[in-house]
Ligand binder design. Structure first.
Ligand SMILES: [Zn+2]
Length: 351
């Protein structure tokens, strides 16, 4: 479809763009010409047409670049279909064209209506299925509790009651990931050298970088460790945010944009940033699902103002973890004080 659109434009730049429905109409003759198209779930071709039409719409409205062809070499390969997939048993799904496959738990799909599915083949060599489902979500019971959260680097968050939620830590896994990253780079270099030597001496049979298994194996192992770390971090954040949404009716957090302006260690900051972003996104949609409220307030001066009397104690270096207010003599833990200020600001904003 993309090649056709390109060709039409090349032949006549003034020609009309072939829209989504016309593209769908063209599928039938194309299937005759290229029988392999019939091997795929028919709806997956419709999804591709839809995405291409969207990409062109974005291009025409100056929101995106020119659509490109999919690459065989891209790390992640995936397709999406809208056909019906059936839950056959506890850990079994039936997919169009593929048939029955073993999956992880399907219990949660009991009352869900599957709208579309995506099969992906990750660089770890594993296949995943993700489902878009329609499901009725009920509000969680109200608790009449509110909380303010101060996001940090050494701890992920500190709440206004003084509870600290640590950052996700997987030292051993991180070390393994680093080791395999190093092996990956070294073997890649070795493979490149070997390939050039071979191709220099052999005129007839040429080698490609992908033919060197040692390097391929390192690539996969590296990707597996990295995915494991990311999945564990995600799992940790899911458990944490679900617990918070269960316990509190109103959750107040600070705006990350202003927080980002603060200077800190670059690496720690980058990692914290990724977690903060996921943390906030999860809180946003979970509050929305379960009838709770997330309030975002400005982070200005939250660590300077005394939460007891409102006196601005001025800037303090990050090393100072505790301080005493000059005006009312209250002794503060820096982070808990900030969390209390955030909560107060949020409650003021909501009335
Ligand atoms: Zn004070």
């Amino acid at each position: 479809m993309l090649a056709m659109a390109n060709q039409r434009y090349e032949n006549n730049p003034a020609s009309r763009f072939v829209g989504e429905y016309d593209m769908n109409y063209l599928l039938k003759p194309l299937k005759k010409e290229y029988p392999f198209l019939k091997l795929s779930d028919a709806t997956s071709l419709l999804v591709v047409n839809h995405n291409l039409a969207l990409a062109y719409q974005n291009l025409f409205q100056h929101r995106g670049g020119h659509p490109r062809f999919k690459s065989r070499h891209s790390a992640k390969q995936a397709y999406t279909g809208r056909s019906i997939c059936l839950v056959e048993a506890k850990r079994r799904l039936k997919l169009p064209k593929i048939g029955s496959i073993r999956t992880s738990k399907t219990g949660r799909l009991a009352n869900a209506k599957i709208k579309r599915y995506t099969i992906s083949h990750e660089s770890t060599g594993r296949y995943y299925i993700s489902l878009q489902v329609e499901i009725e979500v009920h509000d969680l019971p109200k608790t009449n509790q509110q909380v303010g959260l101060d996001l940090g680097v050494s701890d992920l968050a500190i709440d206004s009651t003084g509870v600290k939620y640590g950052t996700f830590n997987a030292q051993w896994l991180k070390k393994q990931a680093q080791r395999w990253q190093a092996k990956f780079s070294r073997r890649r270099h070795q493979a490149t050298v070997a390939m050039h030597q071979w191709n220099h001496h052999h005129k007839l049979s040429k080698m490609a970088l992908n033919d060197y298994q040692n390097w391929q194996r390192a690539k996969m192992t590296k990707a597996r460790y990295q995915t494991k770390i990311a999945n564990q971090r995600k799992d940790y954040l899911h458990k944490l945010t679900t617990a918070l949404v269960r316990k509190y009716d109103v959750i107040v957090i600070e705006d990350l944009k202003t927080k980002n302006l603060m200077r800190n260690h670059h690496l720690a900051k980058a990692i914290a940033n990724a977690s903060w972003y996921q943390f906030r996104t999860m809180l946003e949609y979970k509050c929305d699902w379960y009838g709770k409220r997330l309030v975002v307030v400005s982070a200005n001066n939250t660590s300077r103002i005394c939460s007891s009397c409102g006196h601005n104690g001025g800037a303090k270096p990050l090393a100072i973890r505790e301080w005493t207010c000059h005006q009312c003599q209250t002794h503060h833990d820096r982070d808990i004080n900030a969390a209390v200020n955030i909560l107060k600001r949020g409650l003021k904003a909501t009335g």
